[in-house]
Design a protein around this ligand. Structure first.
Ligand code: NDP
Ligand code: OXD
Length: 314
């Protein structure tokens, strides 16, 4: 094992025992506080690692993100100029698709209204339109957005997509870049945010953006679902939009500060559904095998897959 080089496993915020067990099956693994400056470390597997740790490793060949998002890596200064690999996996896409379909269907089928009625024993059927009368707009039509779009199309929803470079998708009405944003929002009833957090997207989901959503629609109001990153949104703007009717309802999996502070008014808003950044959790049993294969292949001169574009930040 030794001549393969060692892996630095540097994570905060969760218990990495299973990641350690699986990575150790093929290579030696070092965990902080050990590892700083260690010349035998050739790969780092990270989630919200301690700032500057990566910059101390003289023989680092590549960094593997434990998530699809890599904002946690760029949040630290001095990230070395080595390739960064992010998670792209069927298993993760499946989990995110489940979350998106669950939340879209709950809003579409008036789940919040029924949950409010039940304790009061109210027997009332709110208006219900079929899925083709509802437009779901996916902001960030990447790996996860496309998987979710396929499932929503299969359910009969009209699907819009917004991205940066303009690659289209069959069955999805495409909108691109700054010029496409307002037309995209104007044509959207349920906004699903699956963007990465970059300098270009930070704070993009604010009150002004939500105002552009289509509100006179089959649902009786606009809906926001954010499973991308919390700092894409302004938490206070979402509360304001829920209060003044700009938004009918929202589902948030991510927040500006995580864990969401106990004092946040988001916890108790009656038309807001909160989950604790759990839409699609990285599963080591599915992800470590491909990571180790990529390390072996790269050591043999083959290219890495699922590389991050450092200039774009995702
Ligand atoms: P991808 O990189 O595959 O897709 C990102 C999409 O966002 C692409 O369509 C891209 O456009 C678009 N995009 C990026 N920047 C801009 C911009 N400035 N303007 C317009 N469009 C933009 O990422 P994934 O689909 O794999 O993941 C998306 C995000 O989901 C992750 O970055 C992460 O933050 C979040 N996530 C959250 C999880 C959770 O549990 N809540 C779990 C996993 C991921 P283009 O196609 O043109 O490049
Ligand atoms: C990810 C996440 O980026 O879990 O994969 O948030």
């Amino acid at each position: 094992m030794g001549d393969k080089g060692r892996i630095l496993l540097a994570v905060t915020g969760f218990n990495p025992t299973r990641w350690h067990e699986l990575l150790s099956s093929r290579r030696e693994v070092v965990m902080p506080p050990d590892g700083a400056g260690d010349p035998s470390i050739t790969y780092a597997v990270v989630w919200k690692q301690r700032p500057e740790l990566l910059a101390t490793l003289p023989n680092l060949k590549a960094i593997f993100s434990i998530g699809a998002g890599v904002d946690h890596i760029f949040a630290s200064p001095g990230v070395p100029e080595v390739p960064i690999v992010r998670v792209v996996a069927e298993n993760l896409s499946q989990h995110m698709t489940e979350y998106v379909v669950w939340r879209v269907l709950d809003h579409h089928r008036q789940g919040m209204a029924y949950r409010a009625q039940q304790p009061k024993r109210i027997w009332h059927e709110p208006p219900q339109r079929p899925a083709p009368d509802v437009s779901v707009g996916i902001m960030g039509l990447g790996e996860l957005g496309r998987a979710a779009a396929r499932a929503l199309l299969a359910l009969g929803f009209h699907v819009n997509g917004w991205n940066r470079k303009g690659a289209g998708m069959d069955g999805v009405q495409g909108f691109t870049g700054d010029d496409g944003l307002v037309p995209f929002l104007n044509a959207t009833d349920i906004l699903v945010v699956l963007l990465p957090l970059t300098p270009a997207t930070t704070g993009i989901v604010d009150y002004g953006l939500l105002k552009h959503l289509r509100r006179r629609n089959a649902l009786g109001g606009a809906v926001l679902i954010n499973a991308g990153r919390g700092r894409l949104q302004k938490d206070d703007d979402i509360l304001r939009a829920l209060e003044d009717g700009t938004l009918k309802e929202a589902s948030l999996d991510v927040f500006e500060i995580e864990p969401l502070p106990k004092t946040s008014a988001l916890w108790t808003h009656p038309r807001l559904f909160v989950t604790p950044h759990a839409a699609a959790t990285s599963d080591p049993d599915h992800l470590v095998g491909p990571m180790l294969e990529q390390m072996d292949a790269f050591d043999h001169g083959e290219p890495l897959r699922h590389l991050v574009d450092r200039n774009a930040g995702y």
